[in-house]
Design a binder for this molecule. Structure first.
Ligand code: 5AD
Ligand code: FES
Length: 342
């Protein structure tokens, strides 16, 4: 394994069969983390960027089999934030030092282009030093264009899987793999800084599927890559499936850092959910972004993508203080910058 890790460190790439061996093994995980940390420090020092996550809607027209807010889940609590509530999250966030706001939600037609554009330009006018990131799923080219013109800087849309076959097993037949891919390339074309990503250990996923994800990311060249373990949600068809492991997620984070030295790599909430020190371990394996929750506490439990999600009871300020402690405990520091990719 040492040879493979060193080859990946010095060249940024491996053959498919080398990736297969590296992913399937759990040897030398300490060495992989060490190299990943060396690379992240070379470009980003010990800085960790904060993104304030505002979960604007738990309504979703989609029915992804893994997701707790899928439309077929009659038990899911539904809410949407008003414009005023969203702006108030931004205000709290700005005072806490956030310079990026991420508005994330299910695919909810209530949030029309007109609504979003006016909200985005309002936020950009009030906080010209902040980046606005959207994570609202698949929309038309025209919609992405209008929101970009209104001032949106970034868009997060996980590709979920680069295998059309696996995609078909995770989504109902009315959802389209091709459309998702097209959305990602449209976002790039429009000049968004783009975040893609996938779940680790989702049902039916093989190592070959993961290698396809790595190859797809090499082609797309996103500025951010979000990965997290799959965690079952009790009200979905995957309720009884096994969660992805911390070990494999960390291994892939290390591999991604070596493949994409300058990428933004979040230590995700899912990572903190599968292990109490998951996010800290992620930071030590190449991650350089954390996304504390700024959503109002009374709606947080309703944005339940998977079971046992952390940070659903804490106020924004508590989350930030908690994360600051965690980040510093492993030798990194919070950066007050917008944190654009290099
Ligand atoms: N476990 C882990 N991650 C999930 N997501 C959705 N459902 C789950 C789950 N059960 C992820 C998807 C989506 C992101 C917002 O959350 O990758 O893109
Ligand atoms: Fe939210 Fe620790 S990060 S409570």
């Amino acid at each position: 394994m040492k040879n493979l890790i060193e080859k990946l460190y010095s060249t940024g790439n491996l053959t498919d069969s080398e990736f297969q061996r590296l992913i399937d093994s759990n040897e030398d995980s300490g060495l992989l983390a060490e190299y990943a940390d060396r690379v992240r420090r070379k470009y980003y020092g010990n800085k960790v960027f904060l993104r304030g996550l505002i979960e604007i809607s738990s309504y979703c027209r989609n029915d992804c089999l893994y997701c707790g807010i899928r439309r077929s889940n009659r038990n899911a609590g539904r809410y949407r934030l008003s414009r005023k509530e969203i702006l108030s999250c931004c205000e709290t966030g700005y005072e806490l030092g956030f310079r990026t706001f991420v508005m994330q939600g299910g695919e909810d037609s209530y949030f029309t282009d007109d609504f979003m554009c006016s909200l985005i330009s309002d936020i950009k006018n009030t906080y010209p030093d902040c980046a606005v990131t959207l994570s609202l799923g698949e929309r038309s080219f025209e919609s992405y264009r209008r929101m970009k013109d209104a001032g949106a800087d970034r868009y997060l849309l996980r590709h979920e899987t680069a295998s059309a076959e696996l995609y078909g097993k995770l989504h109902p037949s009315e959802m389209s793999f091709e459309n998702r891919m097209e959305c990602l390339f449209n976002l790039k074309k429009l000049g968004y800084q783009v975040g893609a990503g996938f779940m680790v250990g989702v049902p039916f996923q093989t190592t070959q599927d993961i290698i396809k994800d790595l190859r797809f990311l090499q082609e797309l060249k996103p500025q951010m890559i979000g990965i997290g373990a799959f965690i079952p949600h009790h009200d979905t068809p995957f309720a009884n499936e096994k969660a992805g492991t911390l070990e494999l997620t960390l291994r892939l984070l290390g591999i991604l850092r070596l493949m994409f030295p300058k990428v933004l790599l979040p230590a995700t909430t899912a990572l903190g959910t599968i292990a109490p020190d998951g996010r800290e371990r992620g930071l030590k394996t190449g991650c350089n972004v954390v996304m504390p929750n700024l959503s109002p506490v009374d709606v947080r439990k309703k944005y339940s993508l998977y079971d046992n999600k952390i940070c659903t009871g804490e106020e924004a300020a508590e989350c930030v203080a908690c994360l600051q402690r965690r980040i510093e405990s492993v030798g990194y520091e919070i950066s007050a910058e917008r944190g654009d990719a290099l």
